[in-house]
Design a protein around this ligand. Structure first.
Ligand code: VG1
Ligand code: CO
Length: 553
């Protein structure tokens, strides 16, 4: 036969998390470890005669893993692989390629924004034929297979019947965005405001550099200096390719020191984005609300197809809900992780959605899309400026206009990374006791520093029933609500490669009637009292043994 059987034994812990299996490279390099997981994927789908896409962020250990997938895939009967050149296809580009070429699925080699290189993280994620992350029914099956695996099949694809197409990593994606946005409008805005409105895109040495260069420099005609860190590197240049105020500090500093009006960054695999202009940071929760607000007027794709519905993940702020309400659109609240949006999109009930974790996207594909979000903002700003030619509307002006109409949900997330698993579990357990016996209900909590007080009105564990297929996901975060509409959410991360990470999400609504002085405050100032109360109620510092969070976003 053209293939051979290799004996193996199961490894513990090959359970895909929020977005695939993510571990240290060293873990993937153990004998048969990667092979086991790849064979388990093939055991959970129907590989015979299938067409599969292979993409990824180009991180360390990707080339080796492509070879592993080709060998195992060929022996399992895959008819054709479509591979991004040098194993590079951003997560959104891979989603597009799966859809465009009607592939049966795809394997993405990425650990997203986690650092890469021999001592850092690698990841493998399976996507299904709609281009989106596999639903829990599939990832649970993969996990089951990893627990009983005893052998895997390999073949030599050079002689096998499997076809391999190596495709340009960027071309299909650029074509897609050109069909969505008003590039001529953006270009004419950028040309007329070449001095007053400058742009800087930071690829963070992840996968988006070539995409950014193709769009911002080649299509929109910006100078090459508008794109930085644009070379994908296997270790991301030693950086942490996560677009937020902490890790994208190089962008933030250049935007501030050079008075750049529009700065943006994307993460390792290109599905996250940050929008940051001189003195103006856009929280992801606000970003998706603003895109939803303007889309049907400004963006050709939505002008044509309409906005069918909106959605956010549960911890994301309710800013988008206010837009949905005003426009009479349905608005869904799903658990954390992009896989929960796909069914709603496939059913034609969702057009634009986002997560507080710098994820924004639409039904043009089935993944969140960093570069899409950046171009969406440029399209909206170009449109807004065309409507009001007598003032320059930048990021800050657009935010303030939005708050004046809808009010503002102040939002922030505190991450406590790599804390002890026991401490994290103790925190969760203690909250569950409160939730189960209703102990916090009606209790009033004071902030010493601001004098505000917050009365608990509701406590619950977030469970979700998918409205399309009825599947249920339980315990997706613990919520404490207050009678002024504020809330705090606690959740354990599902993307870390080791140890536990606790996330605390805080949100406080301020109505438009409160006026500009209240609405346009700094986020941390607007949330100060609530954060104090949240830490106090949860006893978080004691449970985790941490005074300060690792990252605040
Ligand atoms: C995090 C984010 C979540 C996001 C996920 C994958 O998950 O909170 O919103 O969907 O990462 O994003 P968790 O379970 O660690 O909170 V990415 O760009 O890492 O694929
Ligand atoms: Co990512």
């Amino acid at each position: 036969p053209r293939w051979q059987i290799n004996k193996t034994k199961p490894y513990d812990g090959q359970k895909p998390g929020t977005s695939g299996l993510r571990k240290r490279v060293k873990v993937f390099q153990q004998e048969h470890y990667t092979e086991n997981f790849v064979q388990s994927i093939f055991d959970s789908i129907e590989p015979k005669g299938s067409t599969l896409v292979i993409g990824g962020d180009g991180r360390f250990f990707s080339p080796e893993t492509v070879q592993t997938i080709l060998k195992i895939g060929s022996a399992n009967g895959v008819a054709k692989f479509i591979i991004g050149q040098n194993a590079i296809l951003s997560t959104p580009a891979a989603s597009n390629v799966i859809r465009k070429y009607k592939a049966d699925g795809g394997i993405l080699l990425t650990a997203s924004h986690n650092p890469g290189g021999p001592n850092n993280d690698f990841g493998i994620k399976y996507n299904v034929s709609n281009g989106g992350p596999a639903p829990e029914s599939v990832t649970n099956k993969i996990f089951e297979k990893t627990q009983t695996i005893s052998s895997y099949k390999t073949g030599s694809f050079t002689y096998g019947p499997t076809k391999v197409d190596i495709i340009d990593s960027v071309a299909d994606y650029v074509e897609l965005l050109e069909s969505i946005f008003d590039f001529p409008l953006i270009k004419s805005f950028l040309v007329t405001h070449a001095d007053s409105f400058t742009v800087l895109f930071d690829g963070m040495h992840g996968v988006t550099g070539p995409y950014g260069r193709a769009i911002f420099v080649d299509v929109l005609g910006l100078p090459p200096s508008s794109v930085q860190n644009a070379q994908p590197l296997p270790d991301f240049g030693g950086g942490h390719p996560d677009p937020n105020l902490t890790y994208a500090h190089e962008l933030v500093e250049r935007v501030e020191s050079q008075n750049i009006q529009f700065g943006a960054a994307s993460d390792g695999d290109g599905d996250r984005n940050m929008i940051y202009g001189k003195g103006a940071f856009v929280t992801p929760s606000d970003s998706v609300a603003i895109i939803a607000d303007w889309a049907a007027d400004a963006i050709p794709y939505f002008k044509k197809g309409g906005v069918k519905g909106l959605a956010r993940s549960m911890p994301t702020s309710a800013q988008i809900d206010y837009v949905a309400k005003k426009k009479g659109l349905e608005c869904h609240v799903v658990p954390t992780g992009w896989k929960f949006f796909g069914n709603l999109m496939d059913a034609g009930r969702l057009s634009i959605c986002g997560e507080e974790s710098f994820g924004t996207g639409s039904d043009h594909i089935r993944e969140k899309d960093g570069v899409w979000a950046v171009v969406a903002w440029l399209n909206i700003l170009a449109y807004a400026n065309k409507q009001s030619p007598n003032e320059l509307i930048g990021i800050k002006e657009l935010l303030h206009k939005h708050y004046a109409v809808y009010g503002r949900s102040f939002f922030s997330r505190y991450d406590y990374e790599e804390v002890s698993s026991t401490g994290a579990q103790a925190l969760v357990d203690a909250l569950n006791v409160h939730i189960n016996i209703g102990a916090l209900l009606g209790t009033k909590h004071h902030s010493k520093s601001t004098g505000q007080s917050f009365t608990v009105s509701e406590t619950y564990n977030f469970d979700y029933t998918d409205p399309i297929d009825g599947s249920v996901s339980k315990n997706q975060g613990q919520v404490v609500r207050f009678d002024d509409g504020s809330r705090v959410v606690f959740r354990l991360s599902g993307t870390g490669s080791h140890g536990a990470t606790v996330r605390m999400y805080v949100e406080r609504y301020v109505a438009p009637e409160k006026g500009a002085a209240e609405l346009n405050k700094e986020t941390q100032e607007g949330l100060k009292g609530l954060i104090e109360v949240a830490l106090d109620i949860s006893n978080l510092k004691e449970f985790l043994g941490r005074d300060e969070p690792t990252v605040i976003t």
